[in-house]
Design a protein around this ligand. Structure first.
Ligand SMILES: Cc1cc2nc3c(=O)[nH]c(=O)nc-3n(C[C@H](O)[C@H](O)[C@H](O)COP(=O)(O)O)c2cc1C
Length: 151
C-alpha cells in the first residue's frame, strides 16, 4: 500500500469564505491492517472531494490523529459520520475553530502510517515546511508529539 500523502484535489476558496478546521485524536478498536486503512481512505477521499473537505490522517499503532477542514456544513457532516464510526473510539477534539485559509488545500485526505517501528515517510520538519506560519499551536504540538512518539 502506498502510504504517501496523495494530491487528489485542489480546492480554491473564495478569499472571504469562512472555513472550519478541526483536529481530533482517537483509538482504533483494534490494530488496523493495510486493507482496512485503504478502505477508510478511499471512502474519505471520495466523500471529501465531493464535499470540499481537505485534511490529513495519521495512523500509528492503533492511534489516529485527523485534521479536517472545509466549509462548516461539510465538516460537520463528515464529523458526524466519523464520530458514529465503530472502527474507532475515545474521540478527543483537540482543536475546533474557524479559519480563512486551508492548510492542506490539495489533499482530500493526506495519509501517513507509521510502520509500527515509529517511522513516518514524511517527518515533522517536512510537514511543517508545507504548513508554515499560521499552523495552529495546538495542532503543531499534537502532531509533533504524535510524529516523535516511538522514535
Ligand atoms: C479515523 C477515521 C477517519 C475518517 N475520515 C473520514 C473523512 O475524512 N471523510 C469521510 O467522509 N469519512 C471519513 N471516515 C469514514 C466515516 O466514518 C464513514 O464511514 C463514511 O464517511 C461513510 O461514508 P458513506 O456514507 O459514503 O459510506 C473516517 C473513518 C475513520 C475511522
Amino acid at each position: 500500500m502506498n502510504n504517501s500523502p496523495t494530491a487528489t484535489t485542489n480546492l480554491k476558496d473564495a478569499a472571504q469564505s469562512e472555513l472550519r478546521q478541526m483536529l481530533y485524536l482517537s483509538a482504533a478498536v483494534r490494530l488496523m491492517d493495510d486493507a482496512e486503512l485503504a478502505e477508510i481512505l478511499a471512502v474519505s477521499r471520495r466523500n471529501n472531494t465531493r464535499d470540499g473537505v481537505s485534511g490529513m490522517l495519521l495512523y500509528d499503532a492503533g492511534n489516529f490523529v485527523q485534521f479536517l477542514e472545509g466549509p462548516p456544513d461539510a465538516v460537520e457532516a463528515a464529523w458526524r459520520r466519523i464520530q458514529r464510526d465503530q472502527r474507532h473510539k475515545g474521540v478527543i477534539v483537540a482543536s475546533d475553530k474557524p479559519a480563512k485559509t486551508r492548510l492542506f488545500p490539495d489533499w482530500s485526505m493526506g495519509f501517513e502510517a507509521g510502520g509500527g517501528d515509529g517511522g513516518f515517510h514524511l517527518d515533522w520538519e517536512a510537514l511543517q515546511t508545507r504548513t508554515p506560519d499560521d499552523f495552529p499551536k495546538v495542532v503543531q504540538t499534537i502532531m509533533r508529539a504524535f510524529y516523535t512518539a516511538g522514535r
